[in-house]
Write a protein that binds this ligand. Structure first.
Ligand code: GLN
Length: 225
């Protein structure tokens, strides 16, 4: 089975380890550039993208990882991890010196941080998700399957490039994603995307026992999806 690293500098590391193992991967925690070479793929967990960015640069892992991503290394980012894979952030945080946060890039998307947070910090909803039909356990005829999604100060994808496939959106009018007043957003918001060997979700499948997103990532690593 593939060896999948979980970047363990900050954030929700353990939940991804459990989800990956339940989905059939071997796992290892990653903090240093030298640890990348043994891996078949890497998960960038949720947490705080500004902190993970800083630590990746401090530990000297950002540049080697960027180079590997450019060569087609499979990476799955959830929440903060999605932000780290994005080519551009609409509203990057500035550090004390006024330097904007950086991303690894690789995924041709523009993300807005804490996007749903303007309405509501966290919410859960059920979303139709595309692209799971290639998993061994799934119905090959099913075009979408509903996935239970937990959003915690989540980004959304504001723009996608032509290479990017949209896998899930929070539909317009989803009351769960709406304001505490109950007013829902009037447009659909993209929350899961894929491009080549890169996968990203705004939400956290790893906290609910949801395994299909990690199974999809493992299929991508194997070249079966
Ligand atoms: N808001 C966080 C960030 O910008 C992401 C939150 C999360 O990963 N749950 O990094």
């Amino acid at each position: 089975s593939p060896l999948v690293g979980v970047l363990a500098l900050q954030g929700g590391v353990r939940e991804h380890v459990h989800a990956l193992e339940a989905a059939g991967a071997r796992t290892t925690l990653v903090r240093r550039a030298a640890e990348l070479d043994a891996l078949d793929g890497l998960v960038l967990p949720g947490g705080e993208s500004t902190t993970i960015d800083k630590l990746m640069r401090l530990y000297g892992i950002a540049e080697p990882l960027r180079a590997k991503i450019a060569e087609g290394f499979p990476v799955y980012g959830s929440c903060a991890g999605m932000i780290l894979l994005a080519e551009r952030i609409t509203d990057p945080a500035l550090d004390a010196a006024g330097e904007p946060q950086q991303t690894l890039g690789g995924l041709d998307i523009v993300v807005r941080r804490n996007a749903f947070g303007r309405q509501r910090e966290s919410f859960e909803t059920s979303l139709p998700f595309t692209g799971l039909q290639s998993l061994p356990s799934r119905d090959p005829a099913a075009h979408t399957e509903n996935v239970h999604a937990v959003f915690i100060r989540a980004p959304w994808v504001e723009k996608v490039g032509s290479s990017v496939q949209v896998l899930a959106q929070v539909p317009a009018g989803d009351a769960a994603a709406g304001a505490e007043s109950g007013a829902a957003d009037s447009v659909a918001r993209i929350v899961a995307v894929r491009s080549g060997k890169l996968l990203a979700t705004s939400f956290h499948p790893e906290v609910t026992g949801e395994r299909r997103i990690h199974e999809l990532f493992i299929q991508m690593i194997r070249g079966d999806a």
